[in-house]
Design a protein around this ligand. Structure first.
Ligand code: ADE
Ligand code: ZN
Length: 333
């Protein structure tokens, strides 16, 4: 089997995808029109031309603007359903997706509207497409600790539908320590926890996510490589890093895919996984990310398989489910 055939055949879990980041311009236009909301673009081409980011903040400004057209439960359903259809194409059989309730509740959209729409899509994905999924609720780190506490409070009635809490948005200047107390309360309530750290922020933020937030996974974490002691800890603890190669390229975390450190991290024994982050904005979904690193870094079939195995090992599914998928991966050529 050649690399492309293997990438397509591998079952995969996606552990780092922001559902608002899967919003394709065509769907954005359709939903804006039916909700009679003006967007500052005349055409799909104009939207795509606006996607010339040079760092995380310049991306986030456009990402939050796009999300403003989401108002009704059906909008959230349609958004998630479109993503699940991409999962089918890419053989993503399980996904743990982020949603940002504060982006919506701040504009007067009810928490229930957001989660009910997403949950209905997740239920349909299981019954109609055979794709399993979990929701991870992220706190926006550029907002206050109080706002995060209020969001956690709103999530408690939906505890059974939210597997974990996460931390996203503008990283630099908003370290994990800002949310230490919120995460303690979330853990007490029974949520698993993840956090974006070491994307644009320093390795120090990864230490904080581990020591203060007590995360089960680190999202991104690519800057951990700058700290050899941290690297030893990640390896010893088998701490997963959910790496997003095309995102890193688009947001200039790396200048060139050939310089991406995912292969080095893998070779050193870090449990790295491949993910799309915000695929509508960064030029591709799961398999596009696999193809990009496979070509730029000349990955072997064994390495591609290891990345797929890692995605299940790092996921929040049961040990039996993990075993089932890992056996399927190992049986491939
Ligand atoms: N929100 C959506 N995508 C993000 C990313 N790559 N980093 C931080 N926050 C985000
Ligand atoms: Zn992300």
């Amino acid at each position: 089997m050649n690399q492309l055939e293997l990438i397509c055949a591998l079952p995969k879990a996606e552990l780092h995808v922001h559902i608002e980041g899967t919003f394709e311009p065509e769907l954005m236009f359709a939903i804006a029109q039916r909700n009679q909301i003006d967007i500052p673009y005349q055409s799909v081409e104009e939207v795509k031309q606006a996607y010339n980011f040079h760092n995380l903040q310049s991306f986030l400004d456009i990402y939050y603007a796009g999300a403003q057209v989401l108002v009704h439960e059906q909008d959230f359903y349609d958004l998630a359903w479109a993503y699940f259809e991409k999962c089918v194409e890419d053989r993503v059989v399980h996904t743990e997706m982020f949603f940002d309730p504060q982006t919506h509740t701040e504009r007067g959209v009810a928490f229930a509207t957001v989660i009910n729409g997403l949950q209905r899509a997740c239920d349909d994905a299981q019954t109609k497409l055979g794709i399993s999924s979990n929701l991870i609720m992220c706190f926006l780190r550029h907002l206050s600790e109080d706002a995060a506490f209020a969001t956690l409070e709103q999530a408690l009635p939906y505890k059974d539908q939210i597997i974990a809490v996460g931390l996203d948005s503008s990283e630099v200047g908003h370290p994990p320590s800002k949310f230490e107390r919120v995460f303690a309360k979330a853990r007490e309530a029974g949520f698993l926890v993840v956090a974006h750290a070491g994307e644009e922020g320093p390795a120090e933020y990864v230490w904080e996510a581990l020591d203060l937030l007590k995360v089960n996974r680190i999202d991104h974490g690519v800057r951990s490589e700058e700290d050899p002691v941290l690297m030893q800890r990640l390896i010893a603890e088998k701490m997963p890093l959910t790496v997003c190669p095309l995102s890193n390229l688009k947001l200039c975390v790396v200048d060139d895919m050939a310089q991406h450190n995912i292969r080095r991290l893998l070779q050193q024994g870090v449990k790295v996984t491949v993910n799309s982050d915000d695929p509508s904005y960064f030029g591709g979904y799961m398999n596009d990310n696999f193809v990009a690193i496979s070509q730029a870094l000349d990955l072997s079939n064994a390495e591609l398989k290891q990345l797929a195995v890692n995605s299940f090992e790092a996921s929040f599914i049961s040990a039996e489910e993990k075993q089932k998928w890992i056996e399927q991966i190992q049986a491939l050529g």
